[in-house]
Write a protein of this length. Structure first.
Length: 367
């Protein structure tokens, strides 16, 4: 099963199913990726058995395998430089290919390196986490972090193919599964209330990898993301909707210096909760629909801001929100909800108002 993403720059497939990674040669041929050299950059957290099997499927190329233990702390230009240096030392040219085998961080770094080396190599993404399968692998956003915040340096660079495979999900801890679920939840809230109800009713089966349920959830989530990307590839307007909850989330992550205390998907859940509460406070989202969202996030056990933040964190969170890429002035731009599946774009609020709201979240005094 597959979907095609069609943008002005490129048309590419997203493959779905099990053991797709073992069909890599067939998929490369189907998409006219006939490179003499292939660099496979894989996350060392991916089971060794899978990487060993994958090696056997890329025999007749000149292949280079690089293993990196990816995490937010190495999502920077130093890691990109290591990949670029290796591409240069091995004389890669524009017809050659980089394959990322890992989660969202691996994909973001490898796609960025592919986009800037000789102004563009072929790039194939094999996402190995639920989060990367349903969100970050689709749409061509690349990026690394710097002192100003998350993904501040990057490009738009569409892959040549995305190969989703539920086999990878079997090795993930529950915490990683919840991270991916957060992005699926976001997709439902900005686009499809029926999908939200489906997720709410089936989230335990999704987290427990019940085959037919997880396949349906991944496919529908990718279909929603594909729709936004095709209409607004370079995030000029509509695609900003996909950042629902992320202005808060990125600031939460950055405030905690990308530590294991709060990873990206968990920050997104808190960000969705914050954006939903703010929507309600601004008389957009009804009390009833806010309650639906709050109740579901509480079922996932990510509804307490005080678990992660103190009063002393408020200014730091605000400063990172000020640096968000969507802002065009000193005010803070937020994506909000009028109701489930009815997002509202380009809402700007003063720093004072946002700071007061963040304080109320942490102090549990939101009225």
């Amino acid at each position: 099963m597959k979907l095609f993403v069609k943008t002005k720059e490129k048309k590419y497939p997203i493959y779905f199913g099990a053991n797709n990674y073992l069909k890599i040669k067939k998929i490369l041929n189907e998409n006219n990726i006939n490179s003499k050299k292939t660099m496979v950059v894989y996350d060392k957290n991916v089971p060794k058995k899978i990487i060993s099997k994958f090696r056997t499927k890329l025999i007749n190329n000149e292949n280079i395998f690089i293993g990196i233990k990816f995490n937010e702390k190495i999502k920077n230009l130093n890691t990109v430089k290591k990949i670029l240096d290796s591409l240069g030392k091995n004389n890669f040219n524009r017809n050659d290919c980089v394959i990322s085998v890992g989660g969202g961080i691996a994909g973001d770094i490898c796609s960025f390196a592919s986009s800037v080396y000789k102004r563009g190599l072929k790039f194939v993404n094999i996402p190995t986490t639920l989060l990367s399968q349903v969100d970050s692998s689709i749409g061509g956003k690349t990026g690394v972090n710097n002192f100003l915040g998350k993904n501040m340096i990057g490009t738009f660079y569409q892959p040549n193919a995305v190969i989703n495979d539920i086999i990878f999900l079997k090795s993930l801890p529950r915490r990683e599964m919840i991270c991916g679920y957060a992005e699926m939840l976001k997709h439902s809230l900005i686009s499809n209330k029926k999908f939200f109800i489906f997720l709410k009713n089936n989230f335990k089966s999704i987290l427990n990898l019940k085959p037919e349920i997880i396949k349906k959830a991944i496919f529908n989530s990718c279909k929603i993301k594909k729709g936004f990307v095709e209409k607004d590839e370079k995030e000029k307007n509509l695609r900003k909707t996909l950042n629902y909850g992320h202005t808060f989330a990125h600031a939460f992550e950055s405030t905690l210096s990308y530590t294991n205390k709060l990873n990206h998907g968990e920050a997104v859940l808190l960000g969705i909760l914050a954006a939903s509460k703010f929507s309600n406070k601004e008389n957009l989202l009804s009390n009833g629909e806010l309650e639906l969202i709050e109740k579901h996030i509480s079922e996932l056990k990510y509804n307490n801001f005080k678990t992660y933040f103190k009063k002393t964190n408020v200014n730091k969170i605000l400063n990172f929100m000020k640096n968000d890429k969507k802002n065009n002035s000193n005010d803070i731009n937020l994506i909000l909800l009028k109701k489930i599946a009815k997002p509202v774009l380009n809402n700007t609020y003063s720093q004072f108002k946002v700071k007061k709201f963040i304080s109320s979240l942490i102090n549990k005094q939101l009225n």
